[in-house]
Write a protein that binds this ligand. Sequence first.
Ligand code: SAM
Length: 290
Amino acid sequence: MNDGLTFNEVLYPGVQVSYRCDQILYQEKTEHQDLVLFTNPVFGKVLMLDGVTQVTTADEFIYHEMMSHVPLFAHGAARNVLIVGGGDCGLAEEVLKHKTVETLAQVEIDGSVVEFSKEHFADFNAGVLEDNRFELIIADGMKFMAETDRRFDVVIVDSTDPHGPGAVLFSEEFYRNVHRCLTPGGVLVTQNGVPFLQRGELVTSLERFSRIYKDSAAYVAAIPTYFGGHMALGWASDNADLRKVPVDVLKERFEKADFQTRYYTSDVHAAAFALPRFILDAVEEGRSRA
Ligand code: SAM
């Protein structure tokens, strides 16, 4: 909602986050969602989809680094990666820093998000579309996952919340199709909300993961614009060892990868799986319902 001077995120009834809007850079009601990109003095460029903050130039690095480097350094030998969603392409930019990655496919439902991101988010997605390992597919991730015969070592779901077009990406059917398309020992990572305010989403995802994968968990990161405390990232794999890789191995892999980060470190990677009690309770409740 825009009262002329501010954009208010009203994801949670009873509380809202207000961003001063200095300039609207892009606004469109696409085939799939309401899209607005505006500037804010604290967070830089802010993208909202259907009134929910998606990514800002100030803190995107936290989220994009933790959704990419944790599964990729845990896996250690990922060659073929899939992103579902991720229209701003910031996550793709982080995945492509791993020179061991041979192909990265991104299935994004809304071409408009990618189009304007090329111009307005070049500060964090530059080079992605020129990288010959990158393949952009404009499609519903649900349909793609149901029909593809391709196989991936890591699948990262960088979706909106489970409302509107993103809802299907939290379904058991979708998670089953991801499982079908993962190579042995592959891993699924999902955007799974802010447990302090969206506990039910985490419980439900863990319940569904636990019915399909041998190992289901979550890890956390602190993203300032995802209001409400820790952000949970869902984790599902048939290889339980992947989330217990020793820190010295993670460090060795990170050093070998030879790129800089601003949030991710190997110690932060390992610590991210140490969940605060109330989040661990939600994870365990989900597992117990399977
Ligand atoms: N960081 C954000 C968050 O945590 O909410 C997500 C950022 S990214 C912009 C979310 C993307 O998911 C959007 O580009 C949106 O178009 C895409 N998306 C939503 N539903 C989708 C679907 N069913 N298939 C593919 N992409 C989808």
